[in-house]
Structures are given as C-alpha cells and as structure tokens.
Design a protein around this ligand. Structure first.
Ligand SMILES: [Zn+2]
Length: 393
C-alpha cells in the first residue's frame, strides 16, 4: 500500500538532516517543532497567530484529554477534530498511553489494555490498542501514534524488557486495527477530494528506557512490523539528562533513514538542538505554553523569569533576536506589570513569544543545516543560552 506521507531529505550536515514531510494536509519542513494543543487548542495562542505569523504547519492534540471531554461521539458527529476546531493544517494525535501511565494510582494494566479512572471525576474507562486507534480515527488526525506502554525512566532491565515486549504486541494490534478502520472508512479526517492513498499515517514507538541494547531491540521489532514513521518514546520521563542524550546518540542514527524520526515530549531549546544533532526530525513539548503561563520566557540568552524585579523599568523586549509580534511591540517592564497584576494578557503574550521562539529556532536550525553550518550554529546557540546565568536551564 502506498505511504500516506511523502518524506524526502533535502540536506544533511553530519547526522542532522533537513527534509520535507508532506501529509495529506500540509507540507512541513523538518526538523520541526510541533506545538501541543492538548484539548484541541494551544493554550493562550489562537490558530490565526499560529498560521499567519508563526507559519506552524502541524500541531499535536492529546487523545486522552479529548476522549474524556468532549468525548469521541461529539467530535465524530461534528466531523472530526479538524472541522470541530477549524485547524486545517496537519494534526498529530498521541495514543493516550502516556497520560494513562502517568495516572499510577488510578490504573490497572493487563495484556488487553489499561483500565483507568478519569483524573476529572473518577469515572472508569478502558484504553487498549484497538480503542486508541478507534478514537484517533474519530479524531481524524493526519498522523496517528500506536498505543504503547511507557515504563518509568529509571526502570530496571527486567521490567523494561517485559514492557517493550508488551509494546511490540500492542504495536502489531494497533496496526491491525488501524488498517481495518481505514478500510471501514472510520477516518473522520478524510476529505471527499482525497485520493485512496491519502489515509491517516501510523507511526511506531520505540521504548527501552535507558538500556541501549533494549532500545536497539525495540527498534528492530518496531521496524519489523513496519510503520510510516518512527518515534522515540519514554525519554524526558524522569531519567537524567545524560541518559537521554546517550539514548539519542545511540538510537537515532540507527533508525531507518528513509522515514521521519520523532522524539516524543521533548523538550527544552537545548534538547531540540541536541536531538537534531543526532538526526531527529520531529519534536513536541508543552513547555512553551506551560512556562508562558507561569511568566517564564525562553530566549536566545536563556530562560528569564518575568517576575524578576530587575525588569520593572526595562524598556527592551523579551528577546532582541526574536522577530515575533510580542517582541516587536511590548517591553519587559510592561509584560512584568501585566504578570504582577494577574492580567491574562501576560500569559497570552509570553506563551505567544515562547511558541514563536521555538518555531523560529527550528527555522534557524534548518537554514544552518542547509548551509552546512549546523555545528557552528549549535555552538553559538548553546553558548547564548547560558548568557542569563542562573536563570537559564
Ligand atoms: Zn518574541
């Protein structure tokens, strides 16, 4: 069956690579950062800004949250998540597994799937590879993720092996149900003008915690089943940063060259640069908007906290190197004032800048790769992040 995505590498610099990923809805330049619209919206940032100013081509939505509210029936009735939300560019949905496994007190895991209680009202639900595929078909996303088990970052060898074997069995079940749903026409994101091959795409997920040999084994088993793209799961889940970089360095270059590589739920600007350096193409993380809501801004000089008294009389922007509309118009002193008085615009404006900064950083990464100057860019960028001293991450 023809792949629903078209993926071409356009430039390389060491392991770092630039490419064009075409889904049935948009053309995406990679490496790409995908902003996270947990509830079908990016917190505090309107789609108009994402499209017109930041030119985001793909965002992520969370299956778990949309499954609980408003529920699959309502989204299906309203024509899938694109139509419901009015976001017409590409959408990637996660499988819900990661959120469910974060509910350690509220879940019961079996070979079949996971029974859990909603974090909202305690109602009992069941998620499995089949149910996750059904929900993601009803959401109609353009890229669907398999349902996997994510062990904690510090899991031992035996627990990790058991978990990756379960993940491999669930990957096959996900794929089987996924294809059946495509044949049955359950994909709510289909448009009448789409060709036969413009179905949803399905990505596999590699697990294995911090154990390099198990990561390689999980990779081999995932590739054997065969997917449209491959993701690295289970990083940035409580392990040391050095472990994450070690896994990336080991695993990413071994992943199929001819498919996009996606590092899930990562990370800080520094993590993105290091991921690209290992050959990763796609990233997502909630931190630009999560930090934006608490007055924390990512800048080319590192992280800064808008509450800091030293900004009270500062007429400069959040980041003089950022081209976003917030930096062009508003001063640090004004943003600090908004935050201190609890004005909702503080969260909105800082979130806007943070998302724009992440997308702009990836634009700069792509042009550095194309010019064969990625290592120079990486050195300069990482050194820049330390300029704010104690406030940097
Ligand atoms: Zn800005």
């Amino acid at each position: 069956m023809a792949s629903p995505i078209d993926w071409k590498i356009s430039a390389r610099d060491g392991e770092a690579r630039c490419g064009i990923l075409r889904t049935r809805r948009s053309e995406i330049e990679t490496p790409v950062f995908m902003p996270v619209g947990t509830q079908g919206a990016l917190k505090g940032v309107r789609f108009e800004w994402l499209e017109d100013e930041m030119d985001a081509r793909i965002i992520l939505a969370n299956t778990y949250h949309l499954f609980l509210r408003p529920g699959v029936e309502i989204i299906r009735e309203l024509g899938g998540l694109h139509r419901f939300s009015s976001w017409n560019r590409s959408l990637l949905t996660d499988s819900g597994g990661f959120q469910v496994f974060s509910l350690t007190e509220l879940r019961k895991l079996t070979e079949d799937g996971v029974e859990f209680r909603s974090h909202i009202d305690g109602t009992k639900y069941f998620l499995s590879p089949e149910v996750s595929m059904e929900i993601q078909a009803a959401l109609g996303s353009d890229i669907v993720m398999v349902f996997d088990e994510c062990p904690p970052g510090d899991a031992g060898v035996d627990a990790t092996r058991k978990s990756l074997e379960l993940t491999a069995r669930w990957a096959q079940r996900s794929k089987d149900r996924f294809h059946q749903l495509q044949r049955d026409g359950a994909d709510a994101g289909r448009r009448p003008e789409f060709d036969e091959h413009q179905r949803q795409a399905l990505f596999g997920i590699i697990q294995g915690a911090g154990h390099l040999d198990l990561r390689s084994e999980s990779l081999a088993r995932t590739v054997e089943i065969g997917f449209d793209g491959y993701a690295i799961g289970g990083l940035s889940v409580g392990e040391e940063k050095s472990v994450m970089y070690e896994v990336l360095d080991h695993l990413a270059p071994q992943m199929p060259v001819e498919a996009p590589r996606y590092l899930m739920g990562v990370g800080t600007p520094e993590d993105l640069i290091e991921g690209v350096n290992c050959g990763v193409d796609m990233f997502d993380c909630v931190i630009p908007t999560r930090n934006g809501r608490t007055g924390s801004a990512f800048t080319s000089r590192g992280k800064l906290n808008i509450r800091n008294a030293k900004f009270a009389r500062d007429e400069g922007p959040l980041d003089p190197n950022c081209p976003c509309s917030v930096c062009r118009r508003y001063s640090l002193g004004y943003l600090r004032h908004l935050y201190q008085v609890g004005e909702m615009n503080a969260a909105i404006l800082i979130s806007h800048h943070n998302v724009a900064f992440f997308l702009d950083t990836m634009r700069k990464v792509r042009s550095a790769i194309r010019e064969g100057k990625f290592q120079e860019f990486r050195r300069r960028f990482l050194a820049g992040l330390k300029e704010n001293g104690a406030e940097s991450v």
